[in-house]
Ligand binder design. Structure first.
Ligand code: NAP
Length: 252
Protein backbone atom coordinates (compact mmCIF):
# COMPACT_ATOMS: atom_id res chain seq x y z
CA UNK A 1 0.00 0.00 0.00
CA UNK A 2 1.22 3.52 -0.81
CA UNK A 3 2.84 5.43 2.07
CA UNK A 4 1.36 8.59 0.51
CA UNK A 5 -2.34 7.91 1.04
CA UNK A 6 -3.98 10.85 2.81
CA UNK A 7 -0.76 12.88 2.88
CA UNK A 8 -0.59 16.45 1.52
CA UNK A 9 1.83 17.72 -1.12
CA UNK A 10 2.42 21.43 -1.69
CA UNK A 11 3.81 22.19 -5.16
CA UNK A 12 4.96 25.62 -6.30
CA UNK A 13 4.23 26.15 -9.99
CA UNK A 14 2.09 23.07 -10.46
CA UNK A 15 -0.29 23.98 -13.27
CA UNK A 16 1.92 22.77 -16.13
CA UNK A 17 5.08 20.82 -16.93
CA UNK A 18 7.04 18.95 -14.27
CA UNK A 19 4.94 20.30 -11.40
CA UNK A 20 1.70 19.10 -13.01
CA UNK A 21 3.23 15.67 -13.75
CA UNK A 22 4.31 15.39 -10.10
CA UNK A 23 0.81 16.39 -8.98
CA UNK A 24 -0.75 13.61 -11.08
CA UNK A 25 1.76 10.99 -9.92
CA UNK A 26 1.35 11.83 -6.22
CA UNK A 27 -2.44 11.99 -6.58
CA UNK A 28 -2.35 8.50 -8.12
CA UNK A 29 -0.57 7.41 -4.93
CA UNK A 30 -3.41 8.87 -2.83
CA UNK A 31 -1.87 12.21 -1.90
CA UNK A 32 -3.92 15.41 -1.62
CA UNK A 33 -2.44 18.23 -3.72
CA UNK A 34 -2.14 22.00 -3.32
CA UNK A 35 -0.36 23.86 -6.08
CA UNK A 36 0.34 27.43 -7.06
CA UNK A 37 0.40 28.99 -10.50
CA UNK A 38 0.87 32.53 -11.75
CA UNK A 39 -1.09 33.04 -14.99
CA UNK A 40 -2.55 29.96 -16.68
CA UNK A 41 -5.90 29.66 -14.91
CA UNK A 42 -7.30 27.32 -17.57
CA UNK A 43 -4.48 24.81 -17.02
CA UNK A 44 -4.84 25.11 -13.24
CA UNK A 45 -8.59 24.54 -13.38
CA UNK A 46 -8.25 21.55 -15.70
CA UNK A 47 -5.59 19.95 -13.49
CA UNK A 48 -7.68 20.50 -10.36
CA UNK A 49 -10.62 18.69 -11.99
CA UNK A 50 -8.37 15.81 -13.09
CA UNK A 51 -6.92 15.42 -9.58
CA UNK A 52 -10.33 15.46 -7.94
CA UNK A 53 -11.51 12.84 -10.44
CA UNK A 54 -8.64 10.67 -9.14
CA UNK A 55 -10.29 10.78 -5.70
CA UNK A 56 -8.01 13.19 -3.85
CA UNK A 57 -8.50 16.74 -2.62
CA UNK A 58 -6.95 19.42 -4.82
CA UNK A 59 -6.49 23.17 -4.43
CA UNK A 60 -5.04 25.62 -6.97
CA UNK A 61 -3.83 28.98 -5.69
CA UNK A 62 -2.96 31.85 -8.01
CA UNK A 63 0.06 33.44 -6.31
CA UNK A 64 3.41 34.75 -7.54
CA UNK A 65 6.25 32.63 -6.11
CA UNK A 66 8.70 35.43 -6.91
CA UNK A 67 7.27 37.63 -4.15
CA UNK A 68 7.09 37.17 -0.40
CA UNK A 69 3.41 38.17 -0.36
CA UNK A 70 2.61 35.52 -2.95
CA UNK A 71 4.56 32.80 -1.16
CA UNK A 72 2.97 33.57 2.22
CA UNK A 73 -0.52 33.71 0.67
CA UNK A 74 0.03 30.29 -0.90
CA UNK A 75 1.22 28.65 2.33
CA UNK A 76 -1.56 30.27 4.36
CA UNK A 77 -4.17 29.06 1.88
CA UNK A 78 -2.79 25.52 2.21
CA UNK A 79 -2.75 25.85 6.03
CA UNK A 80 -6.46 26.61 5.95
CA UNK A 81 -7.40 23.94 3.43
CA UNK A 82 -5.19 21.02 4.53
CA UNK A 83 -3.06 21.99 7.53
CA UNK A 84 0.71 21.45 7.35
CA UNK A 85 1.90 19.63 4.24
CA UNK A 86 3.90 16.41 4.37
CA UNK A 87 5.74 17.01 1.11
CA UNK A 88 6.94 20.23 -0.50
CA UNK A 89 8.02 20.40 -4.14
CA UNK A 90 9.89 23.65 -4.73
CA UNK A 91 9.29 23.66 -8.46
CA UNK A 92 8.30 27.10 -9.79
CA UNK A 93 11.09 28.31 -12.05
CA UNK A 94 11.76 30.35 -15.17
CA UNK A 95 14.71 30.68 -17.53
CA UNK A 96 14.11 34.18 -18.83
CA UNK A 97 14.72 34.83 -22.51
CA UNK A 98 17.72 33.27 -24.21
CA UNK A 99 20.54 35.80 -24.21
CA UNK A 100 24.29 36.21 -23.97
CA UNK A 101 25.49 37.72 -20.70
CA UNK A 102 26.56 40.94 -22.44
CA UNK A 103 22.97 41.58 -23.56
CA UNK A 104 21.27 40.45 -20.33
CA UNK A 105 18.39 42.71 -19.37
CA UNK A 106 18.50 43.84 -15.73
CA UNK A 107 14.77 43.44 -15.11
CA UNK A 108 14.87 39.94 -16.62
CA UNK A 109 17.80 38.98 -14.37
CA UNK A 110 15.98 40.29 -11.33
CA UNK A 111 12.84 38.32 -12.18
CA UNK A 112 14.79 35.06 -12.66
CA UNK A 113 16.54 35.54 -9.32
CA UNK A 114 13.28 36.51 -7.60
CA UNK A 115 11.45 33.38 -8.76
CA UNK A 116 14.28 30.82 -8.81
CA UNK A 117 16.35 31.91 -5.80
CA UNK A 118 14.41 34.29 -3.53
CA UNK A 119 11.16 32.32 -4.00
CA UNK A 120 12.85 28.95 -3.52
CA UNK A 121 14.53 30.08 -0.31
CA UNK A 122 11.28 31.54 1.06
CA UNK A 123 9.47 28.33 0.15
CA UNK A 124 12.01 26.31 2.14
CA UNK A 125 11.71 28.70 5.09
CA UNK A 126 7.94 28.40 5.18
CA UNK A 127 8.15 24.63 4.72
CA UNK A 128 10.60 24.16 7.60
CA UNK A 129 8.40 26.25 9.93
CA UNK A 130 5.55 23.82 9.29
CA UNK A 131 7.35 20.47 8.93
CA UNK A 132 10.16 20.65 11.48
CA UNK A 133 9.73 18.64 14.66
CA UNK A 134 11.68 21.46 16.37
CA UNK A 135 8.75 23.75 15.48
CA UNK A 136 6.04 21.30 16.53
CA UNK A 137 5.63 19.72 13.09
CA UNK A 138 5.53 16.02 12.24
CA UNK A 139 8.42 16.01 9.74
CA UNK A 140 8.29 15.54 6.00
CA UNK A 141 10.30 15.86 2.83
CA UNK A 142 11.27 18.66 0.44
CA UNK A 143 12.37 18.30 -3.18
CA UNK A 144 13.90 21.33 -4.88
CA UNK A 145 14.15 21.67 -8.67
CA UNK A 146 17.75 22.21 -9.71
CA UNK A 147 19.01 21.79 -13.29
CA UNK A 148 21.76 20.19 -15.33
CA UNK A 149 22.49 23.83 -16.22
CA UNK A 150 24.45 24.05 -12.94
CA UNK A 151 27.11 21.74 -14.43
CA UNK A 152 26.81 22.90 -18.06
CA UNK A 153 26.73 26.66 -17.35
CA UNK A 154 24.36 27.20 -20.32
CA UNK A 155 26.70 29.49 -22.33
CA UNK A 156 25.00 31.56 -25.08
CA UNK A 157 21.58 30.66 -23.67
CA UNK A 158 21.02 31.48 -20.02
CA UNK A 159 24.06 31.69 -17.77
CA UNK A 160 21.88 33.73 -15.38
CA UNK A 161 19.49 30.78 -15.09
CA UNK A 162 22.35 28.32 -14.51
CA UNK A 163 23.65 30.62 -11.78
CA UNK A 164 20.24 30.71 -10.11
CA UNK A 165 20.05 26.91 -10.10
CA UNK A 166 23.51 26.74 -8.54
CA UNK A 167 21.91 28.47 -5.58
CA UNK A 168 19.36 25.65 -5.41
CA UNK A 169 22.14 23.10 -4.99
CA UNK A 170 23.69 25.06 -2.10
CA UNK A 171 20.27 25.52 -0.53
CA UNK A 172 19.57 21.79 -0.79
CA UNK A 173 22.87 20.72 0.75
CA UNK A 174 22.88 23.29 3.54
CA UNK A 175 19.26 22.93 4.55
CA UNK A 176 19.43 19.13 4.40
CA UNK A 177 22.20 19.18 6.98
CA UNK A 178 20.51 21.90 9.07
CA UNK A 179 17.23 20.01 9.50
CA UNK A 180 18.43 16.40 9.27
CA UNK A 181 17.55 15.83 12.94
CA UNK A 182 14.24 17.70 12.70
CA UNK A 183 12.42 15.02 10.70
CA UNK A 184 12.91 16.67 7.31
CA UNK A 185 14.79 15.28 4.32
CA UNK A 186 15.80 17.82 1.66
CA UNK A 187 16.83 16.69 -1.80
CA UNK A 188 16.89 18.04 -5.35
CA UNK A 189 16.34 16.68 -8.82
CA UNK A 190 18.46 18.19 -11.58
CA UNK A 191 16.63 17.64 -14.87
CA UNK A 192 18.33 17.93 -18.23
CA UNK A 193 16.31 18.52 -21.41
CA UNK A 194 12.69 17.85 -20.47
CA UNK A 195 9.65 18.20 -22.74
CA UNK A 196 7.71 21.10 -21.26
CA UNK A 197 6.68 24.60 -22.35
CA UNK A 198 9.73 26.16 -20.65
CA UNK A 199 11.78 26.06 -23.87
CA UNK A 200 9.13 27.87 -25.93
CA UNK A 201 8.75 30.38 -23.09
CA UNK A 202 12.50 31.06 -23.37
CA UNK A 203 12.01 31.80 -27.08
CA UNK A 204 13.35 28.48 -28.44
CA UNK A 205 10.41 26.18 -29.26
CA UNK A 206 12.74 23.98 -31.38
CA UNK A 207 15.29 23.49 -28.56
CA UNK A 208 14.31 19.89 -27.78
CA UNK A 209 14.42 18.82 -31.46
CA UNK A 210 17.82 20.47 -31.87
CA UNK A 211 19.47 19.20 -28.70
CA UNK A 212 17.57 15.96 -27.95
CA UNK A 213 19.55 13.71 -30.34
CA UNK A 214 22.81 14.81 -28.67
CA UNK A 215 21.72 13.50 -25.27
CA UNK A 216 23.50 10.16 -24.57
CA UNK A 217 20.12 8.38 -24.31
CA UNK A 218 19.22 9.98 -27.67
CA UNK A 219 16.18 12.03 -26.74
CA UNK A 220 14.72 14.60 -24.39
CA UNK A 221 13.04 13.32 -21.23
CA UNK A 222 9.43 13.70 -20.19
CA UNK A 223 7.87 15.53 -17.28
CA UNK A 224 6.57 12.15 -16.09
CA UNK A 225 10.09 10.67 -15.99
CA UNK A 226 11.19 13.64 -13.90
CA UNK A 227 8.18 13.33 -11.61
CA UNK A 228 9.10 9.69 -10.91
CA UNK A 229 12.41 10.84 -9.42
CA UNK A 230 10.62 13.47 -7.34
CA UNK A 231 8.12 10.92 -6.06
CA UNK A 232 10.87 8.51 -5.05
CA UNK A 233 12.84 11.19 -3.19
CA UNK A 234 9.68 12.18 -1.27
CA UNK A 235 8.71 8.61 -0.45
CA UNK A 236 9.69 6.51 2.55
CA UNK A 237 11.72 4.37 0.13
CA UNK A 238 14.28 7.22 0.20
CA UNK A 239 14.29 7.42 4.01
CA UNK A 240 18.13 7.55 4.25
CA UNK A 241 18.59 9.98 1.35
CA UNK A 242 19.07 13.66 2.18
CA UNK A 243 21.22 16.40 0.65
CA UNK A 244 21.25 14.51 -2.66
CA UNK A 245 21.03 16.15 -6.08
CA UNK A 246 19.71 13.52 -8.48
CA UNK A 247 20.40 14.09 -12.19
CA UNK A 248 17.47 13.20 -14.48
CA UNK A 249 19.31 13.92 -17.70
CA UNK A 250 19.51 10.85 -19.92
CA UNK A 251 23.26 10.93 -19.24
CA UNK A 252 23.75 14.53 -20.37
P1 NAP B 1 7.03 25.11 -17.26
O1 NAP B 1 6.53 24.01 -18.14
O2 NAP B 1 7.36 26.44 -17.84
O3 NAP B 1 5.96 25.30 -16.07
C1 NAP B 1 6.24 26.23 -15.08
C2 NAP B 1 5.18 26.15 -14.01
O4 NAP B 1 5.56 27.05 -12.96
C3 NAP B 1 3.82 26.60 -14.49
O5 NAP B 1 2.86 25.88 -13.76
C4 NAP B 1 3.81 28.09 -14.11
O6 NAP B 1 2.51 28.63 -13.88
C5 NAP B 1 4.56 28.05 -12.79
N1 NAP B 1 5.22 29.30 -12.46
C6 NAP B 1 6.21 29.95 -13.13
N2 NAP B 1 6.54 31.08 -12.49
C7 NAP B 1 5.74 31.15 -11.40
C8 NAP B 1 5.59 32.11 -10.36
N3 NAP B 1 6.31 33.23 -10.32
N4 NAP B 1 4.67 31.86 -9.42
C9 NAP B 1 3.89 30.75 -9.44
N5 NAP B 1 3.99 29.82 -10.40
C10 NAP B 1 4.91 30.02 -11.38
O7 NAP B 1 8.36 24.66 -16.47
P2 NAP B 1 8.97 23.19 -16.22
O8 NAP B 1 9.81 22.84 -17.39
O9 NAP B 1 7.93 22.27 -15.75
O10 NAP B 1 10.00 23.53 -15.04
C11 NAP B 1 9.73 23.22 -13.68
C12 NAP B 1 11.02 23.35 -12.91
O11 NAP B 1 11.98 22.44 -13.43
C13 NAP B 1 11.65 24.75 -12.97
O12 NAP B 1 12.21 25.09 -11.73
C14 NAP B 1 12.73 24.57 -14.03
O13 NAP B 1 13.76 25.51 -13.86
C15 NAP B 1 13.16 23.15 -13.75
N6 NAP B 1 13.85 22.54 -14.89
C16 NAP B 1 13.18 22.30 -16.06
C17 NAP B 1 13.87 21.73 -17.12
C18 NAP B 1 13.23 21.43 -18.46
O14 NAP B 1 13.94 21.09 -19.42
N7 NAP B 1 11.90 21.53 -18.58
C19 NAP B 1 15.23 21.39 -16.98
C20 NAP B 1 15.86 21.66 -15.77
C21 NAP B 1 15.16 22.22 -14.73
P3 NAP B 1 1.56 29.17 -15.08
O15 NAP B 1 0.98 27.93 -15.74
O16 NAP B 1 0.52 29.98 -14.39
O17 NAP B 1 2.45 29.95 -15.99
Amino acid sequence: MSDMIGKCALITGGSRGIGAAAARLLAAAGCNIAFSYVSDTAAATALTSDLEAMGVKARAVKADMGTEDGMLAFFQSVDQAFGAPDYVINNAGITGAITKVAELDTAELRRVVDVNVFGAMLCCREAVKRLSTAHGGRGGAIVNLSSAAVRLGSPNEFVHYAMSKGAIDSLTLGLAREVAQEGIRVNAVAPGLIETDIHASAGAPDRLERLGPGVPIGRAGTAEETAEAIRWLLSDAASYVTGAILPVTGGR
